[in-house]
Design a protein around this ligand. Structure first.
Ligand code: AQP
Length: 323
């Protein structure tokens, strides 16, 4: 049975391999399986952490090009910019009024991001999950493909849907999280933190082969393979996704018998990642050479998304007595 799928990615910077393996790769698979997909660039969510106007518009173009170069096809998916569909913020306001402060305070992302951006903690960062609930529920999806770090927000979305349905009558489905395999790629420089666009240097999808190798070379490993090392665990996690079974087994065996040379592992991994994204890099360059075309795609996608979003919002407003 075909599913209705919704997901988005913040316009806070170019996408990295964590975004790809945790989210984007699945978006493309779900689209190509023929599901009814809504994918957007969360530019409003990008306002919740420090930003510069010029960088924000450039980041939005970069993320759009990342989506398209990775295989999101605007003929198959509704692909749009969050801020161009005004219903997102309107429904978010309604959901703010149905959500307790306690629930929002419990969100681990709020705690993590407040620690990361101590100078600029704004109310938007706290209410991020109610905007995310609106982003999702406007399209009444059955599934939300997100990485491991976003599952708590999807859980809150389900609670909001349930609360709304109980009080005002059945309106929203309670969408499930699509986690084909829970996955969290960690930072290369500090493998106790997740790889993130706004954190330490991440492996970007359009990094050149030389850049990939340079970044991997700096990743901490262990002096003795028997030693428990989160850095090595992270490299193997990435390897598992880019190497064939034979290569993965060979390095795993070397790790077990303590004969591994981490420089060889890093060289092999750098080549695998660089080869995997060779076509992607070409496509992204071509896309960025025509920003007007990217904008046209987003405007058309926005028009399509709005039709669905408007119908849901009218239903919601009627049920809660706003019309
Ligand atoms: N390290 C990661 N491993 C696996 N999945 C990840 N995702 C993000 N980082 C990892 C997944 O990517 C999707 C898009 O994320 P987002 O930009 O909307 O929000 P985020 O989780 O806050 O992403 P970043 O990269 O950490 O960006 P910044 O630095 O701006 O906060 C989500 O599905 C997420 O789970």
């Amino acid at each position: 049975m075909k599913e209705t799928i919704v997901s988005g990615i913040r316009a806070s910077g170019k996408l990295h391999i964590g975004n790809y393996l945790g989210a984007l790769k699945q978006f493309v698979e779900l689209q190509n399986e023929g599901n009814n997909c809504f994918f957007f660039i969360a530019d409003l969510h990008a306002l919740t952490t420090p930003f510069e106007p010029k960088e924000l518009s450039q980041n939005t173009l970069e993320v759009a090009a990342d989506y398209l170069a990775a295989g999101i096809d605007p003929k198959k998916s509704t692909f749009f910019l969050q801020s161009q569909v005004l219903e997102h913020t309107e429904l978010a306001w309604i959901f703010n009024s149905l959500t307790s402060l306690g629930e929002l305070n419990r969100m681990t992302q709020f705690k993590e991001k407040s620690d990361q951006h101590k100078e600029g903690i704004n109310a938007g960062l706290l209410t991020y999950p109610t905007l995310m609930a609106a982003d999702i529920l406007l399209y009444k999806p059955t599934g939300v493909p997100v990485g491991d770090d976003q599952t708590q927000h999807v859980e809150l979305t389900r609670n909001i849907a349930r609360k709304f349905n109980n009080r005002f009558g059945k309106t929203f489905p309670e969408p499930k999280t699509y986690l084909r395999k829970p996955l969290r790629i960690m930072s290369l420089s500090d493998p106790t933190k997740k790889m993130s666009k706004t954190g330490d240097e991440a492996l970007m999808l359009d990094d050149s082969p030389a850049e990939i190798l340079r970044k991997l070379k700096k990743a901490p490993t262990a002096t003795d393979a028997k030693q428990e090392s989160p850095g090595v665990g992270n490299l193997f996690l990435i390897l598992e996704h880019f190497a064939d079974k034979k290569t993965f087994k060979s390095f795993s065996r070397q790790q077990e018998d303590n004969s591994i040379k981490y420089s060889e592992l890093k060289n092999a991994l750098a080549k695998l990642i660089a080869d995997h994204f060779a076509n992607f890099r070409k496509k992204k360059q071509q896309l960025l050479a025509r920003p007007d075309q990217i904008q046209d795609i987003l405007v058309q996608g926005g028009t399509k998304a709005r039709k669905v979003a408007q119908a849901t919002l009218i239903e919601v407003k009627t049920k809660i007595g706003l019309i």
